[in-house]
Design a binder for this molecule. Structure first.
Ligand code: URA
Length: 426
């Protein structure tokens, strides 16, 4: 087949700060997905984009071209509106688990196509697989049926949505080109637009445990994604939220399920409740159904009913005991004072090293491994009191996890106030 463009010319164009014509963008994405552009050439192009960026028209065409490589789902046959949430990923971020059934209980269907964890951030599917019997893989028909009957589905995103992204993301992961705002924005939004949701709420994390370390970068990423979603006809808003410290008191698959169930039962940590309710409010408003107060619905137990139905519909037993780690080890506070910091990235790495996460896509994860926190920044602590409990089935992992946590926390006279929700863009 004769190709209409020369890849090396296009790499040089971007390397030198030029912009692509629509036809060039379309060809780059289509030819790469087809295997006609070599991995080393796409690596060079991804690095050129990392340094030079993409203009707004280039980015919107790039995203559309990625969507065009796969299928688009259609939820228009459902009797209720749809809204989805996407988080850019953080430590202890189990919000999807209480949020999806809560929004469903308020009358909006939630099609949550999720992924597995890689590196220090956990994956929603890995968490739910800690529940005995629960099944991540559903056909499109099963997903639609569950959305109509239960109102919420959390399942594996099939390979049919934006397959260009799966290939490009794997390449970016090993070439140091993940942390590029246009590449992250097009990667996330191509999948979300192809998924066919009517409304989308983005949770853009900022801090040590997130891709974006600086609030202004997170705001730029949020704005870029909101613009892409809105232009594609999806009602899109974003919250920029704190990821300097983990969300809640747990990081690890089964531990996070247990904490989510506590929230659905009317308890749980304040930051998890605050963010769940705030995101639910945004989803309901974006879907045009703000006649319910999610805080009231959470307190009423109706979100718990929706959770149970959602787990049962996918073969899970909501009453089964969650797996318990074979071994635990406790880290205690070295002095009296107030916990001033607790670093999200360090906690994420520790949970990963204990077996909660994977280094390669094909690695298994331990359902019971992870980190349980006994205090959050701002809490008073006494010397010798338990601060962190490490859980694992493989105790040889404790030393490396403790190394990750060596400088993870500070104890002082007082802690600065840190809001969970930093900004709203939309
Ligand atoms: N999540 C994605 O799906 N893509 C990115 O590029 C980063 C996070």
């Amino acid at each position: 087949m004769t190709e209409p463009f020369d890849t090396v010319d296009l790499i040089r164009t971007k390397r030198d700060g030029g912009t692509f014509a629509d036809a060039e963008v379309d060809w780059l994405i289509e030819a790469y997905t087809r295997g006609a552009i070599a991995e080393e050439q796409m690596s060079a192009l991804a690095m050129a984009i990392f340094f030079r960026g993409l203009s707004a028209p280039e980015l919107s065409r790039w995203t559309a071209a990625m969507i065009g490589t796969g299928e688009r789902l259609d939820f228009s046959s459902l009797s209720r509106p749809t809204a989805d949430k996407h988080s850019t990923g953080g430590v202890g971020d189990k919000i999807t688990l209480p949020l999806a059934p809560l929004v469903a209980a308020c009358g909006v269907a939630v099609p949550q196509l999720s992924g597995r964890g890689l590196g220090h951030t956990g994956g929603t599917l890995d968490k739910l697989e800690a529940i005995p019997g629960w099944r991540a893989k559903l056909s499109n028909e099963e997903m639609l049926r569950q959305l109509e009957d239960v109102g919420a589905v959390i399942c594996a995103a099939g390979s049919g949505l934006a397959p260009a992204d799966a290939k490009l993301y794997a390449l970016r992961d090993v070439t140091g080109t993940v942390e590029s705002i246009p590449l992250i924005a097009s990667s996330i939004m191509s999948k979300k637009i192809a998924e066919g949701t009517g409304a989308l709420v983005l949770d853009v994390k900022v801090g040590s445990g997130a891709f974006m370390k600086q609030p202004d970068d997170a705001r730029t990423l949020a704005r870029t994604m909101v613009e892409l979603g809105t232009a594609a006809g999806v009602r899109t808003v974003a919250l920029v939220t704190d990821m300097a410290t983990p969300l809640g008191l747990t990081a690890g698959n089964g531990l996070e399920v247990a904490e989510s169930v506590e929230v659905l039962a009317g308890g749980g940590p304040a930051d998890v409740i605050e963010l769940t309710v705030a995101l639910a409010r945004e989803m309901l408003t974006a879907a045009g159904r703000d006649d319910h107060d999610p805080a009231e619905v959470l307190a009423s137990g109706r979100a718990m009913d929706a959770w149970r139905s959602m787990i049962i519909a996918q073969g899970g037993d909501p009453d089964a005991d969650l797996p318990v780690a074979k071994e635990t080890e406790v880290i205690t506070a070295p002095s009296d004072g107030v916990l001033t910091t607790l670093d999200a990235y360090a906690v994420g790495v520790a949970a990963w090293r204990l077996g909660a996460g994977r280094a390669r896509k094909e690695d298994p994860v331990q359902a019971a491994a992870g980190v349980q926190l006994h205090a959050k920044p701002g809490d008073p602590v006494r010397a010798g009191q338990p601060l962190i409990t490490l859980h694992t089935d493989t105790p040889e992992r404790f030393d490396r996890a403790k190394e990750a946590l060596a400088d993870a926390f500070g104890i002082g006279a007082e802690a600065a106030e840190r809001p969970v929700i930093i900004d709203r863009i939309g």
